[in-house]
Design a protein around this ligand. Structure first.
Ligand SMILES: C[S@@+](CC[C@H](N)C(=O)[O-])C[C@H]1O[C@@H](n2cnc3c(N)ncnc32)[C@H](O)[C@@H]1O
Length: 397
């Protein structure tokens, strides 16, 4: 179906589409006169430059292409004037509709509204981060784990896993510079389970980043560990070893550079963080699983409208647990960040605490500790990690 819009609406339409940020692209074509200084074709699209939305005009003048960026408040006037004075035709595209515009000799425009042919565009000028693992390139551990076939095609049922591994490697890549290069390093994955991410991390650090890595996966499940050990042997990953054990009881090594713990149940994550702090690990990457501990403790009448709903209480306790862990790590000498691990649509357990060892001034520590004390009193909580790290927190809490 097409709509006829009144000619006077041209400028108003441009203002509306630009100001409500629905315009995806505008194309001006069919040059009215053969003026050499006039462009043969003009395209305009929104771009984000240094976090600000601008409109980029691209002029095709003979073989030359000229770019010009304008603010939103100048873009509508310039676009309309160019179309009226220099072109016979325009196509303005939004995700909801296409607007086809025909301009007559007197500069009067007829606007036809048609079904949309463009759905969305990539706004950022910064190129999207490339996947560290590319589909189409077979990687032996991914083939063995059943994520890819021998030709490198990712199996449909494993696509989410493939994306998760890629995202995890991005997060590892972000902290590689924190790891020492002048000596062998030790990396441990607590609660490694089937170890998709452990294999990925080992492969990435050893073969792509060329670090001298010794990696360990630890889990309670004997059968899973036996399977992972057999796979490591098959892949000839000689410095990757798997052991059966409980995180809190693990005392087999004295020095670890990076501790990873992904989706280990409840306070098993806290036990892993406690170990990491005591080893003085440079880097900690931690994604929680179920967070029962604070769920049982949370209590404040002010929060009654939230706490009376089980699902809200569960989410609140999960967020409080992540916040407590991140803050306690800061209080014992780390810089913590909480970042999204993978989209919410795949799992709600998607927040990763990334902590890197870093000296913090006494003054900052006091402020962070005071905030933490108020927070825990407000929620009426007594977290495992604080109790475990009591000796390290002395004088602060
Ligand atoms: C949900 S799986 C996650 C596996 C893997 N890290 C991942 O993210 O794909 C959690 C794993 O943690 C292990 N686990 C839980 N508590 C543990 C503990 N106290 N010590 C060692 N492993 C533990 C479980 O056996 C299970 O294999």
């Amino acid at each position: 179906m097409t709509d006829n819009l009144n000619d006077d609406n041209l400028y108003r339409l441009a203002v509306e589409l630009i100001h409500n940020e629905t315009l995806l692209q505008a194309t001006l074509s069919n040059k009215r006169r053969k003026e050499p200084q006039h462009a043969d074709k003009v395209k305009m699209k929104p771009v984000i430059l240094k976090g600000e939305r601008k409109y980029q005009f691209t002029y095709q003048v003979g073989p030359k292409v000229i770019h010009e960026n304008r603010n939103a408040d100048q873009a509508a006037g310039h676009l309309t004037q160019l179309l009226r004075e220099q072109f016979k035709q325009g196509l303005w595209q939004t995700a909801e509709a296409d607007y086809q515009i025909l301009v007559n000799k007197k500069g009067k425009a007829a606007i036809l509204k048609k079904p949309a042919t463009k759905k969305t565009i990539e706004l950022s000028h910064n190129r999207k981060k490339k996947y560290l693992l590319e589909e189409g390139t077979p990687v032996p551990y991914l083939v063995e784990l059943g994520v890819m076939n021998a030709q490198g095609k990712v199996l449909a049922a494993k696509y989410d896993k493939f994306r998760q591994i890629n995202r995890f490697l991005e997060l590892v890549d972000d902290v590689v510079s924190e790891l020492p290069r002048n000596r062998p390093i030790t990396v441990i994955d607590f609660g490694c389970g089937k170890s998709y991410l452990t294999f990925a991390m080992y492969h990435y650090l050893t073969y792509i980043k060329k670090l001298n890595v010794r990696a360990i996966g630890l889990d309670l499940k004997e059968d899973v560990i036996a399977h992972c050990s057999a796979l490591a042997a098959k892949l000839q990953y000689t410095n990757l070893n798997f052991y059966v054990g409980d995180i809190s009881q693990y005392n087999d090594i004295n020095e670890v550079d990076m501790v990873v713990t992904l989706h280990a149940c409840d306070t098993a994550t806290d036990a892993a963080l406690d170990k990491a702090v005591r080893w003085g690990a440079r880097v900690i990457l931690s994604v929680p699983c179920c967070q029962h501990e604070l769920f049982k403790q949370l209590d404040n009448p002010v929060l009654a409208p939230m706490l009376e709903h089980g699902i809200i209480k569960e989410r609140l306790s999960a967020l409080a647990t992540d916040s407590v862990r991140a803050r306690l790590l800061e209080l014992v000498g780390y810089k913590s960040q909480i970042v999204e691990f993978i989209d919410m649509e795949h799992t709600p357990k998607n927040l990763l605490v990334r902590a890197v060892r870093q000296a913090v001034s006494e003054e900052s520590l006091r402020k962070l500790a005071a905030e933490y004390k108020q927070f825990k009193q407000f929620l009426h909580i007594d977290p495992y990690l604080e109790r475990a790290l009591q000796d390290r927190l002395e004088g602060l809490l």
